[in-house]
Design a protein around this ligand. Structure first.
Ligand SMILES: CC(C)(COP(=O)(O)OP(=O)(O)OC[C@H]1O[C@@H](n2cnc3c(N)ncnc32)[C@H](O)[C@@H]1OP(=O)(O)O)[C@@H](O)C(=O)NCCC(=O)NCCS
Length: 171
């Protein structure tokens, strides 16, 4: 995501009042805070690998990061909303909804056609317009065990993103 595009998808620019929630793209240097938010829910959220920081929207209240959510873009066709976390002290105030909506706005701007998520918070995502695939079919997943790392091989390549240029456009 370019910083400007993500910022404009996040929220209208204005300085927040005390206690007000500000949704904005994550900034350099915020990896630790984002990781800490995700680390609050080890049973619910995948802890590793995480999307790169530039894929995250965050929620800030009085200078403190209280929520985060990533839009992981696989291709022009498909992106995943993941790593959604809101600190327990700030839940129930619509922060997750705002984070999801900011990711959806950004995905629309990028003309991505489908958004997916894997979640136990069904009602939350239904309120944001998500529904079972094609209303009647199931999205199936097969988890593959990672092979042990081969010291002679380079590290695995991450799936294509918008940063990979025009070659990554078809899905
Ligand atoms: C799920 C979570 C992100 C919700 O954050 P939040 O800021 O409290 O959510 P919102 O205030 O925007 O809630 C909006 C709606 O989502 C639903 N919702 C909220 N928390 C939920 C939960 N834990 N499970 C299921 N639905 C939930 C509610 O229906 C709520 O509607 P309401 O306002 O009519 O009650 C937060 O509880 C959290 O971080 N949980 C642990 C991590 C997790 O489960 N992440 C989601 C996996 S992708």
């Amino acid at each position: 995501m370019s910083e400007t595009e993500r910022a404009s998808a996040a929220a209208p620019a204005s300085s927040p009042a005390p206690g007000e929630v500000k949704i904005r793209p994550a900034r350099e240097g915020e990896s630790k805070a984002v990781r800490a938010l995700i680390g609050l829910f080890p049973q619910k959220l995948v802890q590793s690998p995480l999307p790169k920081l530039k894929y995250f929207m965050v929620a800030e209240v009085d200078g403190r990061l209280v929520g985060c959510c990533a839009l992981d873009i696989f291709s022009r066709r498909m992106a995943e909303i993941r790593s959604l976390s809101v600190h327990p002290d700030f839940q129930g105030r619509g922060i997750a909804t705002q984070l999801i909506e900011a990711c959806v706005r950004y995905a629309k701007r990028r003309r991505i056609r489908e958004l997916m998520t894997i979640t136990s918070s069904l009602s939350l995502f239904e309120k944001c317009g998500f529904s079972p695939f094609k209303s009647e079919r199931l999205a199936l997943i097969r988890q593959l065990e990672a092979p042990p790392p081969d010291p002679l091989q380079p590290p695995p390549v991450r799936p294509a993103t918008e940063d990979d240029g025009p070659g990554a456009e078809s899905a």
